[in-house]
Design a protein around this ligand. Sequence first.
Ligand SMILES: [Zn+2]
Length: 339
Amino acid sequence: MIEGQTNVRSARFGAGAADGIGKELGRFIVTTMDLPWRLAKPRLGAQPVAVLRVESMEIETLDRQVAAAPECDTVLAIGGGQAIDLGKYLAWKRGLRLVTAPTILSVDAFVTPAAGLRRGHRVEYVGQTSPDPLVIDYDLIRTAPPELNIAGVGDLLSIHTACFDWELANRAGKSEFPFRAEDVAKARAILADTMARADAIRSCSDDGLGAIVEGYMRVNTICLPAGHYRVEEGSEHYLFYELEERLQRPFIHGWIVGLGVGLFSRLQENHHAEAVAFMDAVGLRHQPADLDIRREDLAASLLNLRRYVEARRDLWYTVINERALLPAWVETALATLRF
Ligand SMILES: [Zn+2]
């Protein structure tokens, strides 16, 4: 188990860890989507009193689903980020025990306390939950496409550029939070351990999938007490925010974060070649072609990025504020990418 504070009250790791779990939950409601539910249903050993499928993450939809859900003892959330977030929201609203069983590791929703939902079209994080237990069933997770599980390393690799950004902000006297060198050192140790397991992650072995989950939990031992995610969120995420607003569509989170790590490690002159080599070694997709992003859109996004982060006001000080993204730099950087 991980030392330090995480929101995970208990955890069960192993191939087949979800088998028969339904028998321990009393009356339970499942939150899920069609595909993960088909895969998980035969393993649970008991029938839920209701199955809530993700319809939309808009707050009005969630509140309607919560109001219509029957009485129960436990919420069992099975699936990817949205199914987990629906379960978190229901458990929090009703004050119920929560059990989470991710079937894919592409996002870290299963180790964070708040539920990500949408009000209007903006993301909002609501509530406070702790899975008891978090069930990491490697067999169940391996039913997801390997490239989507590998996408899970994106939010660990982001430590590479985010910690650099925090150090840079601190040197400039612009850090929004008290700078903690020991948090940066701890985060970098998580990244180093993740990078050392590239082969296992690439093959989605128990060890590799476990490395991603463990990495997320260790990040939380830093970020939950600090009250912010500065060690793993910086310029690489800000490009994603701009692109999401510009193109009005979702992306595979770890892939677009990987694109940002590639670009901003270059701008930071921060071990850029090693970061890219790791992404390629581990099989993390990070090319604009993988994300269906056109060259002109990425160029326009980069050239607009400083204006964008300055206008948002809720974003932290990063390399984007300090080094100008000039047309010649953008041209050179994009010439190394695949469209
Ligand atoms: Zn992220």
